[in-house]
Design a protein around this ligand. Structure first.
Ligand code: IMP
Ligand code: MG
Length: 371
């Protein structure tokens, strides 16, 4: 199943293109049975029906004509207000068999207007075929001759159908769903423990977005933004960037994240203050932290790992053992308190970070699956 976002709404896969094709084939068969002895005029109602009509007529193997019309509203001169008319119908329909091809019939209001408009066209017969039909909301006593797929009263998009202009180009049909809960997962551990490596692997596996405060800061520093220059003055000394700066930056990043199953924060929050600010921010948006996972590795082996990384990564803070020790000290004095903070909320998980990368991913996955 996949989820798409159009404007402010979310939709999940509902009717795959194969099922649409099968329904279209059934409709063609029924229509052909009734109309193949003459040359019907298929009239698609724009915009929604363009894809359906294209597929329908391609499957129809007998003589036919194809036309499109659009229902357009204009303000009437009298008190009746809006008057709707068909635009694009410049053909003589007298004595012809007309088959209206609709993408969807919902309340039936549109269908009723079509019946009204065709009343005086002296057609031989007027038939209606619709790909989708919502029986629960259809309120009219009007005949619908051919129905492809009946669906419950839920808004759909794709295959010609739109939500406020978007979504017509999808081959499958998607159904409106409530805004999916985004999982916020905090990945913890002292510097060099493999948070970045693991977050990269997990984000692919679970369709998550990985936000590393370190990476965001480094990007700002590289571009020498105001925030970057400020952050650099702290980071180069091995100190933490002040809470207010970090929080402001993080909020702006979270807002820009595209839809995903969740977000892994790596390197944030670092202090109780930041954790409280994050909880408050998420709460305001009806969200919450799913869990805090710490990767645990003995410090000795980590110092060696970091110095090794410092040789190639260009990260100044990894090139000097004293700076590394400052960060460990920061981690164990400030960040360790966070364990207690999340433990109190029943959201703390610790995993053993010694071993092969894939083993550690496996251990993390066991926790992720529970969240
Ligand atoms: P009616 O309620 O049958 O008149 O449908 C009016 C129009 O609303 C249809 O022609 C579609 O353009 C649109 N519509 C109704 N239901 C849906 C839906 O689920 N998705 C997208 N458009 C819809
Ligand atoms: Mg329509």
């Amino acid at each position: 199943m996949s989820i798409i976002q159009l404007h402010d709404k979310y939709f999940k896969t509902y009717i795959p293109k194969d099922e649409i094709a099968a329904a279209t084939k059934r409709l063609v068969k029924q229509v052909a049975k009734d109309c193949k002895k003459e040359t019907p005029i298929f009239i698609g109602i724009l915009n929604g029906s363009f894809m359906f009509v294209a597929d329908f007529v391609r499957k129809y193997k007998y003589n036919c004509e194809v036309s499109f019309v659009k229902l357009a509203s204009y303000e009437g001169t009298n008190s009746t207000g809006k008057i709707r008319q068909l635009v694009g119908l410049n053909q003589d329909l007298e004595g012809r068999t007309v088959v209206i091809l609709e993408d969807i019939i919902d309340t039936g209001n549109t269908l009723q207007e079509i019946y009204e408009i065709f009343k005086d066209k002296k057609v031989k017969q007027l038939k209606i075929a619709t790909l989708f039909f919502k029986p629960d909301v259809f309120k009219k006593e009007l005949p619908i001759d051919y129905i492809g797929i009946s669906i419950p009263d839920k808004f759909i998009v794709g295959y010609g159908l739109d939500y406020d202009g978007l979504g017509r180009n999808y081959a499958n049909i998607y159904q409106l769903i409530p805004k999916p809960k985004v999982k916020y997962i905090l990945l913890f551990g002292p510097p060099g423990v493999g948070k970045g490596t693991q977050a990269d692997l997990l984000k692919t596996k679970y369709n998550l977005v990985h936000i590393s405060t370190g990476d965001v800061f480094r990007s700002h520093m590289k571009r020498e933004t105001k925030l970057g220059i400020l952050a650099k003055s702290y980071i180069d000394k091995g100190n933490l960037v002040p809470d207010d700066v970090t929080i402001k930056m993080l909020k702006s990043v979270v807002k820009k994240v595209p839809h995903s199953n969740g977000i892994i924060f790596d390197g944030f929050p670092r202090t109780i203050n930041q954790a409280v600010a994050l909880d408050k921010y998420l709460e305001e948006n009806g969200e919450t932290i799913a869990g805090m996972i710490t990767i645990e590795v003995p410090t000795k082996s980590l110092i060696a790992r970091l110095l090794e990384r410092g040789k190639t990564s260009g990260r100044v803070e990894d090139q000097d053992e004293n700076k590394i020790l400052v960060r460990f000290n920061e981690y164990f004095t400030k960040t360790e308190e966070l364990k207690e903070f999340y433990k109190a909320q029943g959201k703390y998980f610790g995993i053993d970070g010694v071993g092969e990368i894939s083993d550690i991913t496996e251990r993390l996955s066991e926790v992720f699956d529970k969240l």
